[in-house]
Design a protein. Sequence first.
Length: 140
Amino acid sequence: FDLAYISLDGNIGCLVNGAGLAMATMDTIKLFGGEPANFLDVGGGATAEKVTEAFKIMLKNKSVKAILVNIFGGIMRCDTIAEGVIAACKAVNLSVPLVVRMKGTNEDLGKQMLKASGLPIISADTMAEAAQKVMAAVNA
């Protein structure tokens, strides 16, 4: 599936597109007192299948207590990621809190899709808000 995955010692699963954004996401989680469970870069061509596979990989780590998806949609469209996130939640029967931050191409459509899915997905607009919300979910 061409996913860049590195396991770490924390409890917050991270699914991000781009190595730079992944590093910034992990730094922001740490800034708010959390520890990333992994580095996972889905790259620019994330399909529903690829996102589902990414969720499966992250959830193999039993210490994952929440997942943070942080996507910048340049080439990658936010509606495509939303479709993948919805499919992945259903495929893995997600039982940990999920925070999603999407910015960029088709962002509004992607957010509408997540909201309409009926799944308990926590939405965030900024990286700081996403980190705060994922920490609140882990500590709930």
